[in-house]
Design a protein around this ligand. Structure first.
Ligand code: ATP
Ligand code: MG
Length: 413
């Protein structure tokens, strides 16, 4: 159990005059949900990432609520809500704005206490559904900057862990000792690296030094949780730097060894993803996964073509030889999409007929394959990718001419 030092539990109320975040910056639905809980006699706050992000001048992704009402009590107060039982029970509130549906998560204050069921040997938390007070809930959170509570009626921020000062000083500080907190839940290592890089917060040298030590514990985490974290990194807008840091700390060797062989190609795909994020575009996880495993696949694919094999057949054999999809944290559906992308890219190469091009153009992954082909540099001749890109935009007559000139001497059908 975490013994929380008394000083850590000292409440600090930060008035709006000092923190400067206007009530209007908070999501209306979240504020009204907090008020409804308070009216029913419960304690309730906006917590976590939203308060942190607003203090850092970042627009929050979502607004979570924490309360002393139990999941059943919350459920009773909100008609459009549902109890979700993942690692611990939370309530989803559904809000509709026009046709758009939004979800606000409500969690009940939890405590890390003696009753927490944890693995004797590893210290890992296996189940924690023990309810507690607001201050218990604050100290069981991962970092001080994530443990701030906002109370919309008084507009105070309530700070039990010194998170406000840490944010103002640009620090990401773990709540409690690394030996306890990282062993309890090694995913906090990934969260530390992601939040540190993304929010430009500094992690103390002493904590950073422990990363390599606890990284092997990540192998005990379920692949679905690890992939969720990976997806968060990819969608962070700072994925290239975060993955780079994870690799330096030896973390990726344990959970995604392919990163070390992904090379510049993978890094360039991440940089592209970060640029897409900046311009508000979606990032395809299967594209990133295709980029991650491209190097070994590519070598075989090119070698087999040199031996005279046709592109698509060479791709098939290359994927088999590279043992793709090998055992890893990537869910099967994402792997399947990555494989579809490889095959489409393979279909860019070689002789074209009107019928074949129709199939390629109709493929919903076409634009993605063009982007992938562009990233491939010399592996696929740039002219080939450009040809397909132009072909997509061309009219019927122009297409016929393009096919005739790409395959001189071959009939169009
Ligand atoms: P973001 O949503 O921007 O990725 P976040 O901090 O909101 O960051 P969530 O995964 O939404 O992250 O988690 C919400 C809150 O739950 C966090 O702010 C933190 O207080 C707490 N939390 C999440 N994961 C852990 C963990 N592994 N250990 C302890 N507390 C956690
Ligand atoms: Mg969040």
């Amino acid at each position: 159990m975490i013994r929380v030092p008394k000083w850590l539990k000292r409440t600090n109320r930060i008035p709006v005059k000092k923190h400067g975040i206007a009530l209007a910056m908070f999501d209306e639905d979240a504020v009204s949900a907090v008020r409804r809980l308070q009216k029913a006699g419960f304690e309730a706050y906006v917590v976590g990432g939203a308060v942190r992000d607003l203090l850092l001048d970042i627009v929050p992704k979502d607004f979570d609520i924490s309360t002393n009402a139990t999941p059943t009590e919350v459920r009773r107060l909100f008609r459009r809500s549902r109890i979700i039982g993942r690692r611990f029970q939370i309530v989803h509130l559904y809000f509709y704005r026009g046709k758009k549906m939004r979800i606000i998560e409500v969690t009940t204050f939890r405590a890390d206490g003696d009753e927490v069921i944890s693995d004797e040997n590893s210290g890992r938390i296996l189940q924690d559904n023990l309810f507690g007070s607001a201050s218990d809930d604050a100290v069981r959170r991962d970092f001080t900057c994530n443990a701030l509570f906002y109370e919309p009626t008084t507009e105070n921020i309530i700070d039990y862990t010194g998170g406000y000062d840490d944010i103002r000083r640009g620090r990401l500080r773990l709540i409690g000792a690394p030996a306890i907190r990282f062993r309890q839940d090694p995913v906090r290592l990934l969260r530390a690296l992601r939040l540190g890089v993304k929010l430009n917060l500094t992690i103390s040298q002493a904590t950073q030094k422990t990363f390599a030590l606890y990284a092997p514990l990540l192998t005990a985490i379920t692949t679905s949780r690890l992939f969720d974290e990976f997806a968060k990194i990819i969608n962070s807008g700072a994925s290239a730097n975060i993955i780079q840091r994870c690799a330096e700390c030896g973390i990726t060797d344990h959970i995604l060894p392919a990163v070390s062989s992904g090379g510049d190609f993978f890094m360039n795909a991440l940089k592209k993803a970060d640029l897409r994020h900046q311009s508000g575009k979606d990032i395809s996880l299967s594209f990133i996964i295709a980029a991650l495993f491209w190097m070994p696949v590519r070598c075989r694919w090119l070698a087999l073509q040199q031996e005279g094999m046709l592109s698509v057949a060479a791709m098939e054999q290359a994927l088999e030889a590279a043992n793709f999809p090998a055992n890893n944290i990537v869910p099967r559906r994402v792997v399947a999409r990555a494989v579809d992308l490889y095959f489409l890219v393979a279909r860019f190469v070689g002789k074209v007929t009107l019928r074949r091009t129709r199939g390629v153009l109709r493929n919903p992954l076409f634009d993605r394959a063009i982007a992938f082909g562009t990233l491939c540099g010399g592996d696929i001749e740039p002219e080939v990718v450009q040809w397909w890109s132009d072909y997509q935009l061309a009219g019927d007559d122009e297409r016929k001419t393009m096919i005739a000139t790409k395959n001189p001497g071959t009939p169009n059908r």
